[in-house]
Design a protein around this ligand. Structure first.
Ligand code: FES
Ligand code: FE2
Length: 409
């Protein structure tokens, strides 16, 4: 169906037909099962959280940053959503690498700032060991005191780091499949867009007092648009026409059609469009969900991206990023201020419900989450979590039990 060029004509026609079918249906498809509830304790249980941390988050490809954050050799930032702080750095050869920010002597942090540009070597502030920008140990203070010391085995410990276009991902699992293979079911639909030319326009980080799955669930459905976003998303998009696409690896997409085909976001008028935009991006909101935590709703003139991060069982971090076609030199288009504010408003509408929801789901009155047909992305996501953790590691009461394998495209 899909060629190497991204969204092709046949796929576009198929997706548009699926939206029309969603609008026309009066019930779920006859072969779609009634889904068992998602167990309530998954949102509050400390053991479940610890398992997810170790077996899901620390073994997944996770968005760490954009190449714009590393403009030259020695540029680095510290990424703090792993098992420990990780330095992502551009080496002398231009390659981006990741290392645990942990000196191989007595474990001090090697860089202390959250981001910056290292000199030719990174010098540990405790006893002065120094590493090059590729992470190799180059200098040991008072070398005469060390017997049989092999500096070549004492470089900073590396972390898998690969990129999709300008997007840098890390994975603490050394044996993980290649990033390109992991993303392939999604990236085949993005290939026509100029991801390699997208610049980072803005970044905002918010701490939210809820379990990360409360946030993930929220960003995987359009069922809440009518009540949470009456003056924003619901005015623009028709959730009755939203079609859901499930892909392997837990990835998915929801395609929400604009209420009117001639509608153009007034906040984008005057902004340059990405080349090769299709009717899918122009007349719909294709919101891609890259498992586990990256939400990418593509629009013709820019892509707001939401990433969601577990912090504790009851606190999370939500990051909002904006990417847009390269605008050349100089400051960004002043229209961005309003555009960013508009999307922030939508995100704030989402968050204002997440925190009270966490409080109310702690109640004995919350027994589990029944999911409708249009919410099936959530089920797909949770099932992938269990597949990765290994359901046998989860107490029986915490497992999801349904199977949507037959509905994966
Ligand atoms: S801990 Fe880094 S040099 Fe001692
Ligand atoms: Fe929302």
């Amino acid at each position: 169906m899909t060629g190497a060029a991204g969204l092709d004509e046949a796929t576009i026609a198929d997706w548009i037909a699926r939206v029309a079918a969603e609008r026309a249906r009066t019930a779920p498809p006859p072969d779609f099962p009634a889904l068992p509830d998602i167990p309530a304790a998954r949102y509050t249980d400390a053991e479940c959280f610890a398992l997810e941390r170790r077996l899901l988050w620390q073994r997944s490809w996770l968005y760490a940053g954009h190449i714009d954050q590393l403009p030259e050799p020695g540029s680095y930032f510290v990424w703090r959503h792993g098992s420990a702080p990780i330095v992502v750095m551009r080496g002398d050869d231009g390659t981006v690498r990741a290392f645990y920010n942990t000196c191989r002597h007595r474990g001090a942090p090697v860089v202390r700032d959250i981001a910056g540009r290292a000199g030719p070597t990174l010098v540990c502030g405790y006893h002065g060991w120094s590493y090059d920008r590729q992470g190799q140990l180059r200098g040991v203070t008072e070398r005469r005191d060390w017997r049989d010391f092999d500096a070549s085995c004492r470089g900073l410990v590396g972390v898998r780091c690969e990129a999709y276009a300008n997007f840098i991902f890390v994975n603490e699992d050394r044996n993980a499949e290649a990033l390109a293979d992991f993303l392939e079911p999604v990236t085949r639909y993005l290939r026509h867009l100029p991801f390699g030319d997208l610049r980072l326009v803005n970044r905002r980080e918010i701490e939210v007092r809820c379990n990360v799955k409360v946030l993930v669930d929220n960003f995987l459905e359009a069922y809440h648009f009518k009540l949470l976003h009456p003056k924003t998303s619901d005015r623009i998009f028709d959730n009755q026409g939203t079609s859901v696409h499930l892909w392997r690896h837990g990835h998915s997409m929801m395609l929400s059609p604009n209420r009117r085909d001639d509608w153009v976001d007034p906040g984008t008028i005057g902004m340059p469009e990405m080349p090769r935009v299709t009717a899918i991006e122009r007349h719909h909101n294709p919101s891609y969900g890259l498992f586990p935590n990256l939400i990418l709703p593509v629009s013709p003139s820019g892509i707001p991206c939401v990433t969601l991060w577990p912090k504790t069982v009851r606190t999370s971090v939500l990051e909002v990023l904006w990417f847009a076609p390269d605008w050349g030199g100089g400051p960004r288009n002043p229209l961005w201020e309003r555009r960013i504010a508009n999307f922030d408003r939508i995100v704030d509408e989402d968050i204002q419900f997440a925190e009270p929801l966490q409080e109310s789901i702690e109640s004995p009155g919350f027994t589990g989450v029944p999911l409708s047909y249009q919410e099936r992305r959530l089920y797909h996501w949770h099932a992938e979590v269990d597949r990765r953790i290994g359901a046998q590691h989860l107490a029986p009461a915490l497992r999801v039990r349904g199977d949507l394998a037959a509905f994966i495209d």
